[in-house]
Structures are given as structure tokens and as C-alpha cells.
Design a protein around this ligand. Structure first.
Ligand code: NAP
Length: 217
């Protein structure tokens, strides 16, 4: 169950999944395999957030800037990196946008005056964003290893999926929304469907779910 102190913080996530439930191929094919409408939906979901969070591998694979075109107030741009390994060449650091927050277990390999560093476990990091940086809604854009950390701590409130069944990736090592398949969750998490929006022209379905019920096996 989500800790009481984190209840005022809404945490959502957005992923596109293939017909076989993968978020990418075994060799981590970057984003761009879904429709323009899916990309527009990604931007719309970003617009509703005070902070966007991605894992370092997603940041690199998708060459992300974590910006919102035309936004008056940009969401904070948060990156999870246990290693803190950055070259400084990442596009994020060379694009204007929201304040950059790095959640890391090591001292990052780059130092920038405009970057705020956080240590500690994931709940401490989330609590700090809420208590000290005005974040009421944090939106995670992956990848699977990072989302798994949020699901394991049971802090995820909403999940938005684009079911892109026009593509099958295959591959035992291709990531899913909870990382590499085979890493069992202690108990199942259940979500209730809140939005169902088929897009026949694109061969995709936009879905939204909200956390429901208690944990069961
Ligand atoms: N289809 C979609 O919607 C979608 C969405 C997002 C991503 N993707 C794809 O998914 C792939 C990447 O996903 P992924 O599951 O491999 O990786 P990921 O979740 O993007 O990255 C995991 C990151 O979490 C960091 N991490 C792990 N434990 C941590 C801790 N205790 N503290 C702080 N940071 C921690 C790691 O940092 P270090 O590496 O520094 O150790 C790692 O970089 C890419 O191919 C991307 O294109 C697809």
C-alpha cells in the first residue's frame, strides 16, 4: 500500500506496449515505433504533470529532452541513475526546460550548478519532490526497470498504455513495463480500467487504469 505521507502525490506512468507485451526490442530499439497520435498523447500527459521521471537508459535510448512544446511552466525533469554515469553531452543538458533533478546512488560523473542531486531510496526521493519542490503529480515515462521500482513500493496510482498490437518484438530479453520478464513480483497489483479509446486507423488502443484493491497473490 502507498505510504500515507505519499498519498497527496499522484504518480502516473505512460508506456506503449507491443502485441507481446514488450516496451522495446531486445537491442533496445528507441521510441518512434508507434503512431503520431500516440506521441501527441505522450505530450498531453506530460502537460498535466509537475515533474517527469525517466530512467537513465530510457533517457539515452530515446535521446530525451523531457520538455513540453509551448508550455508556460515546464515540469521538473527527473532522471533515475544508480550509477550517476553521464557524459555531459546528453541532449537533456543542452535544452532549455524544467529544472533537472537527478536521483542517484553514486556521486554523478558530471557537476552542473543547475542540477539538483538526490540520494536515498525511491520513497525518500518522491517525498522530497513533493515536500520541497511542489510536485503534486509525478509522471513516469519509463523504462521498465524504473517502473518496477515504483510498482514494488506500490506507489503507482495511474497507468496509461498504448496497446500497439501492430508490432511484435519477441525476445526473452526485451523489456516489459516491469523490466526483463522473469523477475517475479511478490504479489500481483490490480488496476481498474478508466479509459478505453480504440484508434482503428492506427491499429492502436489508448487505455488508462487506476490502482484498485488490495494486494493479492
Ligand atoms: N514503449 C515505451 O513506452 C517505452 C517507455 C520507456 C522506455 N522504453 C524503452 O525501454 C528501454 C529502457 O528501459 P529499461 O527498463 O532497460 O531501463 P530504464 O528503466 O529506462 O532505466 C533503469 C534505470 O534505473 C536506474 N536505477 C536503478 N536502480 C536505481 C536506484 N536504486 N536509484 C537510482 N536509479 C536507479 C539505473 O541507473 P544506472 O543505469 O545509472 O545504473 C537505470 O539507468 C529503452 O529501449 C527505451 O526505449 C520504452
Amino acid at each position: 500500500m502507498k505510504p500515507a505521507s505519499l498519498q497527496p502525490l499522484t504518480i502516473s506512468a505512460n508506456f506503449a506496449i507491443s502485441a507481446d507485451g514488450k516496451i522495446s526490442s531486445s537491442d533496445c530499439r528507441p521510441s518512434g515505433w508507434t503512431s503520431r497520435e500516440d506521441h501527441q498523447r505522450l505530450l498531453d500527459l506530460r502537460r498535466g504533470a509537475d515533474a517527469i521521471l525517466v530512467g537513465r537508459r530510457t533517457l539515452l535510448a530515446d535521446n530525451m529532452t523531457l520538455t513540453v512544446p509551448g508550455a508556460v511552466k515546464h515540469p521538473l525533469r527527473c532522471v533515475a541513475s544508480a550509477s550517476g554515469k553521464f557524459t555531459g553531452q546528453e541532449k537533456l543538458f543542452h535544452t532549455a526546460g524544467g529544472e533537472i533533478h537527478l536521483w542517484s546512488q553514486e556521486t554523478p560523473t558530471i557537476a552542473r550548478p543547475d542540477m539538483i542531486i538526490h540520494h536515498g531510496d525511491v520513497c525518500e526521493f518522491l517525498q522530497t519532490l513533493h515536500d520541497h519542490h511542489g510536485v503534486k503529480h509525478l509522471h513516469c515515462e519509463g523504462g521498465g526497470e524504473l517502473l518496477r521500482l515504483l510498482i514494488e513500493r506500490d506507489v503507482l496510482d495511474e497507468i496509461h498504455l498504448t496497446w500497439a498490437a501492430h508490432t511484435i518484438f519477441g525476445g526473452a530479453k526485451a523489456p516489459t513495463i516491469t523490466g526483463i520478464p522473469g523477475m517475479v513480483l511478490d504479489v500481483s497489483r490490480h488496476f481498474k480500467l478508466t479509459h478505453f479509446d480504440p484508434r482503428p486507423a492506427n491499429g492502436e488502443v489508448f487505455l488508462s487504469y487506476r490502482r484498485a484493491g488490495n494486494l493479492t497473490q
